[in-house]
Design a protein around this ligand. Structure first.
Ligand code: MF3
Ligand code: CO
Length: 251
């Protein structure tokens, strides 16, 4: 069963998503050489708590931090720690916040100082692939119409699209139905209806799409060591255009 959010639930979802997007922006603004990933984690944690919300990721399935910070070849689920950002790093920051029982979830990859042309293209293509995908996040399309559009765009730009992690419904649970893969044939999966809220999150590599999970059981890196980028928003299906809920409008 895919939850259709009521108007009241959407009020809470919107607020959760606003806080989440503001937290992503705050984290992105901190990305510069000399800043440690745990400093960013602490600032985001304190911000979310200060908004009367809870960091959705903290202790989720045992995850030990409030933010995922994934540098260079790390694709997702990088655990903040003592690592100090360096000029040229690309830094994927994934944040979730729970406001009165509803979650927002979003991510983006940020440049640390000057980065390579290839890295810049990777970040741009990843973000654009999200927008290609959500052209199909409309009433009556099926989930894999989004998946197919993302895969086509990413691969036509010569990059790899990760398959072993997927987007997802989001709401009262951080992860709910449906799964939203970033690859596959169109016309499959559930039909999208107004009131569904989904996290669309392409994870893109500058090499092959294979990834591996490190012994800490979280940190997920490209198998070939190539750079990776991530872009995610929580999106509401409506009667018309999809609405991106994780937009930062100031709080
Ligand atoms: N945005 C990620 C996701 O949708 C973050 C989950 S990290 C976890 O799955 F720690 F919470 F698992
Ligand atoms: Co997500």
């Amino acid at each position: 069963m895919i939850a259709i959010k009521s108007e009241h639930e959407l009020v809470l979802m919107r607020q959760a998503c606003k806080i989440t997007a503001a937290a992503r922006a705050l984290a992105g603004d901190m990305v510069r050489p000399g800043v440690s990933t745990k400093q960013i984690n602490k600032a985001v944690h304190d911000f979310i708590v200060g908004q009367d919300a809870k960091p959705s990721f903290l202790h989720y399935n045992g995850y030990p931090a409030s933010v995922c910070i994934s540098v260079n070849e790390t694709v997702i689920h990088g655990i903040p720690g003592d690592y100090v950002l360096r000029e040229g790093d690309i830094v994927s920051i994934d944040v979730g916040a729970n406001y009165q029982g509803f979650h927002g979830d979003c991510a983006a990859t940020f440049a640390c100082g000057a980065i390579s042309t290839e890295a810049k293209k990777l970040i741009d293509v990843t973000k654009r692939s999200f927008f290609e995908g959500i052209r199909f996040a409309t009433h009556g399309h099926r989930v894999s119409d989004i998946s197919h559009a993302i895969q086509t765009y990413v691969e036509s730009n010569g990059f790899g699209i990760v398959r072993s992690f997927v987007g997802h419904g989001v709401g009262a649970q951080l992860h709910e139905e449906p799964e939203v893969p970033n690859f596959g044939a169109p016309g499959r999966g559930p039909r999208l209806l107004p009131g569904m809220t989904i996290a669309v999150e392409p994870m893109v590599t500058a090499g092959t799409y294979e990834v591996k999970v490190l012994p800490d059981r979280w940190t997920t890196v490209t198998a070939d060591g190539a750079l990776a980028a991530h872009y995610e928003n929580t999106v509401l299906i409506t009667d018309g255009e999809p609405e991106i809920l994780t937009v930062y409008e100031g709080l």
